[in-house]
Design a protein around this ligand. Structure first.
Ligand SMILES: Cc1cc2nc3c(=O)[nH]c(=O)nc-3n(C[C@H](O)[C@H](O)[C@H](O)COP(=O)(O)O)c2cc1C
Length: 232
């Protein structure tokens, strides 16, 4: 193995060991525009099922807008440690939205346009994908109805979120994934204050990014490879 390969391997493992779910960020330290652009590109270039990219990303930088979530975003409001939490201290605060069945049910108008305009596919290929996607939703994966289709979209958003956190860690940037919020109230705030139509998009997950204020309180614990992986 070349020294370069070894160096890359240890950079990757160092980054994964460095990353932890950061509870409080140093509010004085901001992620640079160029590094944040790499983070957004890592999300944008992420894979998605059938390539439909069924998510949107909100970057919430206004402190007033972040505060709208404080009462019910218990996973980000610092209530557990008596701080301003990730909402009050993160350099950048992201909300991933999942597309609902309005655009992600098979044969939707949105998908036809997406395949033509973004993927630039010829009509016969679009016809083939429509058939395959309908079979996938109705028969193979059995994803029907608003909730199941939105959850499928959210799965794709989580892939992008994983990439966001990993590339951030490789640049020495901390992060915290956040599911600790009340769905109904989040939907309401997004509709009233961000103009997000809940028929089209539902919140999937939030991510705070920045630089840790302190070292993690507890060491990382994980099951062993033997406990998590089976070889056949
Ligand atoms: C989908 C998801 C949602 C999470 N939600 C929260 C949250 O709301 N607030 C929080 O402080 N941590 C949250 N976490 C962080 C986990 O608790 C943390 O990743 C886990 O305990 C492992 O610790 P580590 O990430 O520091 O290695 C979440 C993690 C994931 C993957």
């Amino acid at each position: 193995m070349s020294t370069d390969t070894q160096a890359i391997q240890s950079q990757i493992l160092d980054a994964f060991n460095f990353r932890h779910a950061t509870k409080v960020f140093d509010p004085a330290r901001k992620i640079s525009d160029s590094e944040f652009n790499v983070i957004l590109e890592a999300a944008r270039l992420s894979p998605s099922s059938f390539g439909f990219e069924p998510w949107q990303l909100l970057v919430v930088q206004s402190p007033e807008k972040r505060e709208l979530f404080r009462d019910f975003a218990w996973g980000a409001n610092g209530a557990f440690n008596g701080t301003d939490g990730q909402l009050g201290t993160a350099s950048h605060f992201l909300i991933f939205l999942a597309h609902t069945d309005a655009t992600m049910k098979h044969n939707s108008e949105y998908q036809q346009r997406f395949m033509k305009e973004v993927k630039q596919l010829p009509d016969e290929v679009i016809g083939f994908i429509n058939q395959a996607f309908q079979k996938f939703q109705e028969h193979d994966f059995q994803i029907e109805g608003e909730r199941q289709i939105t959850d499928w979209s959210a799965k794709q958003a989580y892939i992008a979120m994983g990439n966001v956190m990993s590339v951030a860690a490789m640049m020495g940037i901390d992060s915290c994934p956040i599911e600790g919020f009340e769905m109904d109230k989040t939907v309401e705030v997004l509709e009233q204050h961000f103009g997000i139509d809940p028929k089209l998009y539902k919140p999937a997950v939030m991510v705070a990014l920045g630089y840790r204020a302190d070292e993690p309180q507890f060491p990382k614990t994980r099951r062993t490879q033997e406990q998590t992986v089976s070889w056949f």
